[in-house]
Design a binder for this molecule. Structure first.
Ligand code: GLU
Length: 433
């Protein structure tokens, strides 16, 4: 993230560094602001300044441009090096996995650096030390689209270790793209959680004035430190403003928008609670710790597919995808084109578990209503009931990995494990809040 070419020469000649206040004379006139680090996406002749308003401007510089140092920023270490000593607050372990939220924010420039050390991770939002004795650990540095099932397993073991070592709660900063999968899988792999395990992300990077990173992380740490909760939750902004951080059940949540800060919504289950004005409140259905010993069931069968059904779906589209199991997000009550029923039969006869979810997401699968559904049942398919398709996918991997045979895996799949499945789907779950 260093400047190159002409921009670099102007900055070097002025003796300026990122974070200093500079004045740039360019075709746009005189502009004063805080010099931001070079961004990979901007051209060589662009100098980026953070304006007083908090917004960044990219200024095109040429041979006639000038750059003067106006004020040198008070230099401060990139991060405080040592973690503060214990203050007797609840112990919260922070397990960094990557993504925007796990980036270190330089408050001087507002720039984001991926946290590579535990200290950087913790000091991304130093306010967390007022809320808990934070013990940070960097587990991975990956974008969440690159997460693989092995990562879920490693993470589940780390969460287990943190609780065994006496954590009151665990916070997992995570990229938002696939956060719902990780949250669901942690719910299956860790049973009998003695405290909250809060997975948290950010939709806007911390260098933007609208960033949700700091507030979400503080909300997550506060929930982990205080909530009487024995399950995996996802903590994200509740609205597009900074009103509250909502806690969603890890197996009932979904990223429903590419960019809005309130992108995560609970589906088929109201949120578990919220952190508002420094207070954590939980809904009555939030599950407290059971008092049973924490169990780590971290095996999984990776050869499972998740596919979406569509009118033009052909037999080979499911046959090629199916491994030991396949979750099909069917239409409506859980249907796929009737002409594919023989393919489903062929698969189930071979011992492949075929589960039907719905791409309606809300509501439950019912294969008893229409003839297609009944034909699918007769062909050996099973219903994912009111589980989200991606949750059903994680659960099927987990069930096939931990059961001794496919029959037992089907039993495990159809029983509630981590709040992902209910006999009745509450009507108030619709619409997210
Ligand atoms: N796409 C990346 C991820 O999911 C970065 C964006 C984010 O942190 O939400 O990890």
């Amino acid at each position: 993230m260093t400047y190159r070419g002409l921009a670099e020469k102007l900055i070097r000649d002025a003796g300026a560094e990122a974070g200093d206040t500079v004045r740039v004379r360019s075709a746009k006139g005189d502009v004063e602001g805080v010099l931001m680090p070079h961004h990979d996406f901007s051209g060589e002749d662009i100098v980026t300044l953070k304006m007083r308003s908090g917004y960044n401007v990219g200024l095109h510089v040429d041979a006639k441009s000038e750059l003067d140092l106006v004020q040198r920023a008070a230099r401060r270490d990139r991060v405080a090096r040592d973690l503060p000593p214990s203050r007797g607050l609840p112990k919260v372990t922070l397990l960094g996995t990557g993504g925007t939220i796990a980036s270190y924010v330089d408050y001087r420039t507002g720039a984001v650096h991926p946290a590579t050390t535990a200290e950087e991770l913790a000091f991304a939002v130093p306010e967390v030390f007022q809320l808990a004795d934070v013990q940070p650990r960097v587990v991975f540095q990956v974008f969440s689209e690159d997460m693989a099932p092995e990562n879920w397993q490693v993470l589940a073991r780390e969460v287990y270790r943190a609780f065994q070592e006496g954590a009151r709660g665990v916070v997992v900063p995570h990229g938002t793209d696939t956060m719902q999968y990780t949250a669901a899988m942690l719910g299956f792999m860790l049973q009998g959680l003695p405290g909250p395990c809060v997975v948290v992300g950010a939709q806007r990077s911390s260098d933007r004035p609208s960033s949700d990173a700091a507030m979400n992380l503080q909300g997550a740490v506060q929930a982990a430190a205080q909530a009487h909760l024995g399950e995996v939750a996802v903590a994200m902004h509740g609205t597009t403003s900074d009103e509250d951080v909502v806690l969603h059940r890890g197996t009932r949540v979904r990223k429903m928008h590419t960019s809005r800060r309130d992108a995560f919504q609970s589906v088929n289950c109201p949120p578990l609670g919220r952190v508002h004005e420094g207070r954590v409140t939980l809904a009555p259905h939030a599950r407290p710790p059971t008092g049973h010993a924490l169990q780590l069931l971290d095996k999984f069968e990776e050869d499972v597919a998740l596919v979406w059904s569509y009118p033009g779906m052909r037999p080979e589209h499911i046959e090629r995808a199916a491994g030991k199991g396949i979750v099909i997000a069917g239409s409506g009550l859980g249907h796929i084109p009737n002409r594919l029923v023989p393919t489903v039969r062929k698969l189930t006869k071979k011992g492949v578990v075929v589960a039907l979810a719905s791409h309606c997401l809300n509501g439950r699968v019912n294969l008893h209503v229409y003839s297609t559904g009944r034909d699918l049942l007769q062909a050996g398919a099973i219903a994912a009931h009111d589980m989200l398709p991606e949750v059903a996918y994680c659960k099927l991997m987990w069930a096939l990995g931990n059961a001794k045979d496919a029959e037992r895996a089907v039993e495990m799949f159809q029983k509630p494990v981590a709040g992902e499945l209910d006999e009745r789907t509450p009507v108030e779950g619709f619409g997210g809040r």
